[in-house]
Write a protein that binds this ligand. Structure first.
Ligand code: B12
Length: 214
């Protein structure tokens, strides 16, 4: 019964957020997030089980022509705004003394997944350097050499962008062998491949589990 209730609650919140995104109504979207917090959702619950599925749904709506590109851009910018509003609302763990570099592989413009990982790792006490979208393969060696991260996290959404992952990982390792490399993102869903196929140390799909695996 409790499971059914919380499932219904989740569906209602998702529907309400999708309605707000469709109307491009930022304040209404924030009201939905506040409602979720009041109902006991954690910030990570909201990131992973409300905002992420809402954006995935927006993608499906765009794919079938139910909404236009501009509508999708507005929905994305509202979600980005929600993510910034949520960041730092949880108590930051004590500093781990470790540094993570988080970015997207070459050609990859989908940056919100990387943005979420950056927020989550920062709250877990990591010092985080966030590169945003599409870091060219040739840029990684200089960045890891200069910034000396313990871990480099590369996210990839488009299957076509996967071909840049192996060369980026090789470039990182050649510049800073002690830097661990972690790859993940929607492009890996349904692939039978492993991290080693990309020369990486870890392939992780669950953002909530990332910090525990590092
Ligand atoms: C917004 C959006 C855009 C925006 C991105 C803006 C931005 N600042 O990010 C813009 C307009 C740039 C864009 C462009 C395109 N897009 Co687009 N886009 C989307 C949309 C609607 C949402 C993306 C998003 O933010 N999702 C929410 C994030 C939070 O979810 P996430 O990435 O899955 O991340 C979560 C987990 O996967 C995990 N995770 C992610 N990475 C990693 C890494 C590690 C290590 C770990 C542990 C976890 C992890 O953490 C997150 C936890 O919440 C998606 C729909 C979708 N399914 O996501 C389509 C979608 C990805 N896009 C699509 C397409 C086709 C395109 C374009 C080719 C369109 C075009 N013709 O130009 C271009 C390609 C651009 C490029 N070269 O990258 C398709 C891809 C289909 C495919 N598989 O090939 C999708 C799926 C839409 C669809 N249903 O058709 N897009």
């Amino acid at each position: 019964m409790i499971v059914q209730d919380s499932q219904r609650q989740g569906e209602q919140l998702l529907e309400a957020l999708l309605g707000a995104l469709k109307a491009a109504d930022q304040l209404r979207a924030m009201t939905v997030v506040r409602r979720a917090l009041k109902q006991g959702w954690t910030v990570d619950d909201i990131r992973f089980h409300l905002i992420t599925p809402a954006l995935h749904d927006v993608g499906r709506q765009w794919e079938r022509g139910a909404i236009g590109v501009g509508d999708e851009h507005l929905a994305t910018s509202i979600c980005e705004w929600l993510l910034f509003t949520l960041a730092g609302r949880t108590r930051r763990h004590s500093a781990t003394g470790r540094r993570a570099l988080v970015g997207c592989s070459e050609g990859e413009l989908h940056s919100l997944g990387a943005r979420i990982l950056a927020h989550v790792l920062s709250e877990q006490g990591w010092s985080v350097l966030y590169l945003g979208a599409a870091t060219p393969t040739a840029a990684w060696p200089q960045i890891v050499y200069a910034r000396r991260p313990d871990v480099a996290v590369l996210t990839t959404t488009m299957p076509a962008a996967l071909e840049a992952v192996g060369p980026a990982v090789t470039a990182i390792k050649s510049s800073r062998p002690e830097c661990r490399t972690v790859v993940g993102g929607q492009a890996y869903h349904g692939l039978s491949g492993a991290a080693s196929d990309f020369g990486a140390d870890l392939l992780v799909l669950d953002a909530g589990a990332l910090a525990r695996q590092l």
